[in-house]
Structures are given as structure tokens and as C-alpha cells.
Design a protein around this ligand. Structure first.
Ligand SMILES: Cc1cc2nc3c(=O)[nH]c(=O)nc-3n(C[C@H](O)[C@H](O)[C@H](O)COP(=O)(O)OP(=O)(O)OC[C@H]3O[C@@H](n4cnc5c(N)ncnc54)[C@H](O)[C@@H]3O)c2cc1C
Length: 525
């Protein structure tokens, strides 16, 4: 039985036959975890299936992601992670810009600006997060971290690791049938496909559609995570940069722009104390699909390849040379860079694609995780209104909740798809500029950065966030006429056996689960 210990704000939902079926979430990346936490806030039952083992879930130590204002607002205010966010996110203090010839171009000073904003408004400014830590605080808020810091993964709980979702079948009636790779089937009130760029659910939904294919951007990325050892040449160089640019502190983002002689772009962020996450983008002709740029994807380098990278870097660019030399081979990856124009529908009845499963951008503009988390929040809010709105609202008699199908159809709006497609194109262009060897493009980029200021940079970084804030406000407007679900500040308590478990068993007993079976096995609501 999955039950919730509430504080009396809303009735604690007891998971039983009278309750809605769980929402099935495929994947515990940023979109899946934000969706789960939002559902939990409104007492909607859910189960997450994650193909990775729990010890690998947050193992991607140190990868940095830009955090946009919309996402910060959702995490801080809507999901109540204000304090927890400090453990995962840092605000930009400085971004130091130089070029591959070792020439200093500009230092953007965010520190004073951010401190002022937080002091006056209590709000965080634009910043970046370690994605593994971000996942960790989301899991913690979901009650899925035990007191030893381990992820609570249980075959009867709300997080079930080591199980992949392989497909779905739309059923007549009020549920969707979800296929797992352990030859079991589960039924859910809806399926949220948060299973990343190679989504099985996407393949199932868009079978045979050419528009679903990934597009090679003619670039590759080398990326890694580096621990800066005290006394090392790398630490000396970082200290030297900090001192010569009068940067107080050590929380510095580094940008190295290519020249026409030495094209490419390098970015590094200190994602936790003395741990830097970096990436280096260059043009490439090979498009190795087995090593595409996805989280935990990419090919881990061997010594020969590492040396290839070290040799590639001009000796004038000391900082990049040191990062590549000081990163252990096992912490370095190489991947071809892909994106995907997103024109195909990403909702099919009670099934919706979220995050990278729905849209996939060139990573250089740092939009992917933000879009993924906003998707998670919006889809879950829509589902919460459809599933819990009627039962928890005082004016439920006068108004009906929307259907789940309606709620998800609105999630796949024309404006969202249009915005995503525009962002794919914009990010692609940005990526091309960042790796170009054209004299004019390199000069134009350097000039652009030379006259950049910190507030202007924040404004620029926020342009990609406009479609996110619009997506959220459209959702609020659309759901306004319907009864609001009540918030349920609750922690799931997961004893030995759960209803979700019994659903799995029921379905596994029904070997050939056909539409005729619906009437006898459906625990509807
Ligand atoms: C080097 C690099 C830098 C990046 N920098 C940024 C940045 O600065 N800012 C930014 O916003 N974004 C950035 N991104 C992009 C960002 O990481 C992705 O857009 C984001 O992770 C998408 O989240 P998601 O939840 O949709 O998918 P994912 O993070 O891919 O999560 C999918 C989850 O689903 C699981 N899964 C997969 N298949 C199945 C299945 N069949 N069944 C069950 N589970 C499954 C996976 O194991 C994974 O846990 C970067 C990406 C890379 C590689």
C-alpha cells in the first residue's frame, strides 16, 4: 500500500482501488524527477521506472547545467526547494573570457549584482547547477534518499530502478498499458515519457516518421570533469587568472573563444569545490551514433585519444591544455553533437513525451535541462488538475475537471512546438558560430564578448527562457476555469507491498492483455 503522511492540509490519499491509477513516469532524469515531485505535491500517485541502477542515477558527478529563471522559480517557489537549492546550485560570480591565443577579452562580474538581488528580493540570479546534485535534492525532496545518503529504490516503491519502459499500448477505457523490459506490463492513468533522447516511447509513438531522426551538426564535443589538486599546475594557473583579473573567490566560469587559426570553443564551470566540469566543441566530419552527446552517453576516452586532444590544443591556450592534461582518461568523453527539429506531435492520448524525448537541442546554449524541468512541471500540473482537481476542490460540484487526454493535448500546444523548433534552429546557429574557422565570425564573436556586460549577458541567457515562462503562463491560463487540486505536503511511506506492485502482478497474470480484458482488470477512477 502506498500511503502518504500528510500534515492535514489535504486529505492523505490512500492508494487503493478507489484511487486513481498511478501516473507512470519513464526515466528519473531532470524532467522525470520534477514531474514526480509536482505530482507528489498534489497527492497524485505515481511510479518511476528508471533503466539505470540506483547507484548510477546521480553518478554523473559534476556536470554543470545553466539554471534559467523559470526553472529557479519552479524549484524554489512551486516545489519548495528554496533552501535545498543552495546545495546544488551556484550563482555566477565571474565569467572570464579569453581566446585560444591566450588573449584576455573580458571579465563579466556577476557577484555584486547577484548578492544585491538576493539581498533585496530574496531571489537567486541566473546560475548553474551540478546536475548530479540537482537530481539528488529532487530525490531527497521526494523522500527517496535514506539517512546514509543512498537512493531508496524498491520493487514496491515509487522509484523502481533497473527497469526500462519499452513501449505502450493505448487502451479503450481510462488507462494506458505500459510495457517493461522485464516482460511485465503495468497500467497507469497516464504515461510521462521522460526517457531521454533515445526514448523508446518516442519510437513507439512516432514509428516510421522520418521527422523523428537526429540531425548531425558537424561538430563534436570533448568533455570531462576535473578535480583541481592543491599545488598542481592547474591550480596555479586558476589562481593566476583569478588574481590578474581581480576576481574575489574561486567560483569562476571560463570561456575560451576560438580564432580562425585555432577554432573551437571551451567552457568550464566550477560545479563544486575544486571540481570543474568542462566541454570543448570543435567541427567534425564523423557522426558516430554510438557516441552521441547525451547524458552518460559519449565514448570514454583511452590514453591515445586523450593524447589526440592534448595535441590538438594550441600551446598558447594554457588553461585548456592544463584541463585536458589533468583530467583522468576515465573522466573524459568524446561525442558527436546532434539535435532534432521538433515538428512531430509529442502527445498520444494519455502518453506525453517530455524533455529530451520530445525535443533535443545543441547543448551550447544550455537549454535542454531547463526545458526538460519546465516540461515536467507543466505536464504534472495538468495531470494533477485532471486527476485530483475534482476530488479536492470545494467547488467540485459546480465544475468538472478536465479529462487526462485534454490536459495532455494542451501540453503539446502549437506555441510550444513552434518555440521548440525555433530554439533548435537558434542553438544550431549558435553552435556553428562557436566552432567556425571563418575570420569574420571569430572576430565578430570576440567583439561581441568584448563589449558584453554582466546584466547584458543575463538578459541574453534569459532570451531562451521566454518560451519556458510563456509555456507556464499558458498552462495557468488554460487551467484557470477548472477546480484546482489541493496541495498535499506529504512524504510517501512505502511499506512492503504497494498497489503498483499489485497492478504489475495482475497484468503479468493476464499474459495476453487485450482490449477485452479492460473491464475485468481496470481499477479505474
Ligand atoms: C555535456 C552536456 C552539457 C549540457 N549542458 C546543459 C546546460 O548547461 N544546460 C541545460 O539546460 N542542459 C544541458 N545539457 C542537456 C541536458 O543534460 C538534457 O537536456 C537533460 O538532461 C534532459 O533531461 P531529461 O530528463 O529529458 O532526459 P535525461 O537527462 O536524458 O534523463 C533520461 C532518464 O531516463 C532514463 N531512461 C532512458 N531510457 C529509459 C527507458 N526506456 N526506461 C526507463 N528509463 C529510461 C535514463 O537512464 C535517464 O536517467 C547538457 C548535456 C550534455 C551532454
Amino acid at each position: 500500500m502506498v500511503s502518504f503522511q500528510g500534515n492535514g492540509i489535504a486529505p492523505s490519499p490512500q492508494y487503493n482501488a478507489a484511487q486513481p491509477l498511478p501516473v507512470i513516469i519513464a526515466g528519473a532524469g531532470p524532467s522525470g524527477l520534477v514531474a514526480a515531485l509536482t505530482l507528489q505535491k498534489y497527492g497524485v500517485p505515481f511510479v518511476i521506472y528508471e533503466q539505470n541502477a540506483s547507484d548510477k542515477l546521480c553518478s554523473d558527478a559534476g556536470r554543470g547545467i545553466d539554471m534559467s529563471p523559470s526553472v529557479i522559480k519552479i524549484l524554489e517557489k512551486e516545489l519548495g526547494l528554496y533552501r535545498r537549492l543552495d546545495a546544488a546550485m551556484k550563482q555566477y560570480e565571474y565569467i572570464d573570457v579569453s581566446n585560444m591565443d591566450g588573449k584576455h577579452i573580458n571579465t563579466l562580474r556577476f557577484k555584486e549584482m547577484s548578492e544585491r538581488k538576493r539581498h533585496i528580493t530574496g531571489e537567486r540570479n541566473f546560475g548553474f547547477a551540478s546536475r548530479s546534485k540537482l537530481q539528488h535534492i529532487l530525490l531527497e525532496a521526494l523522500g527517496l534518499i535514506d539517512r546514509h545518503g543512498r537512493i531508496k529504490d524498491s520493487p514496491y516503491g515509487i522509484l523502481r530502478c533497473g527497469i526500462a519502459v519499452t513501449g505502450y499500448k493505448k487502451m479503450i477505457g481510462n488507462f494506458v498499458q505500459v510495457q517493461l523490459d522485464n516482460s511485465m506490463k503495468v497500467k497507469g492513468s497516464a504515461l510521462l515519457a521522460c526517457d531521454g533522447v533515445h526514448s523508446y516511447i518516442r519510437q513507439c509513438m512516432q514509428e516510421g516518421s522520418e521527422g523523428s531522426a537526429l540531425n548531425f551538426t558537424n561538430q563534436e564535443a570533448w568533455w570531462g570533469t576535473t578535480t583541481v589538486r592543491p599545488g598542481s599546475a592547474l591550480e596555479q594557473e586558476l589562481l593566476h587568472i583569478a588574481a590578474s583579473r581581480k576576481m574575489q573567490g574561486y567560483n569562476v566560469g571560463l570561456v575560451v573563444l576560438g580564432t580562425n587559426q585555432n577554432p573551437g570553443s571551451f567552457y568550464a564551470n566550477e560545479v563544486s569545490k575544486n571540481v570543474y566540469s568542462w566541454s570543448y566543441f570543435v567541427e567534425s566530419e564523423s557522426s558516430n551514433f554510438d557516441a552521441d552527446l547525451i547524458r552518460r552517453g559519449g565514448k570514454v576516452l583511452d590514453e591515445t585519444e586523450k593524447q589526440e586532444l592534448v595535441d590538438k590544443i594550441p600551446s598558447t591556450c594554457k588553461i585548456l591544455k592544463l584541463f585536458s592534461e589533468f583530467t583522468p582518461t576515465a573522466d573524459m568523453n568524446r561525442s558527436a553533437v546532434f539535435d532534432r527539429a521538433n515538428n512531430l506531435p509529442s502527445v498520444d492520448g494519455r502518453v506525453a513525451l517530455l524533455g529530451d524525448a520530445a525535443h533535443y537541442y545543441h547543448p551550447l546554449r544550455g537549454e535542454g535541462s531547463n526545458k526538460a524541468m519546465v516540461d515536467g512541471y507543466v505536464a504534472a500540473m495538468r495531470l494533477a488538475t485532471a486527476i485530483m482537481g475534482k476530488s479536492s476542490s470545494s467547488n467540485s460540484k459546480s465544475q468538472k475537471s478536465p479529462s487526462i487526454e485534454w490536459a495532455l493535448l494542451g501540453f503539446d500546444s502549437y506555441t510550444r512546438r513552434k518555440g521548440n523548433t525555433a530554439l533548435v534552429k537558434k542553438s544550431r546557429k549558435y553552435g556553428q558560430g562557436a566552432t567556425s574557422n571563418s575570420r569574420y565570425t571569430c572576430w565578430a564573436r570576440q567583439t561581441y564578448f568584448k563589449f558584453m556586460s554582466a546584466p547584458k549577458m543575463i538578459r541574453e541567457l534569459c532570451t531562451g527562457d521566454k518560451s519556458n515562462s510563456r509555456f507556464v503562463s499558458d498552462m495557468i491560463k488554460e487551467l484557470k476555469p477548472y477546480p484546482k487540486p489541493a496541495r498535499c505536503i506529504a512524504r510517501p511511506v512505502i511499506p512492503g507491498s504497494g498497489a503498483c506492485d499489485s497492478i504489475e502482478m495482475e497484468l503479468s497474470k493476464t499474459k495476453t492483455f487485450t482490449e477485452e480484458d479492460v473491464g475485468c482488470v481496470c481499477i479505474g477512477f
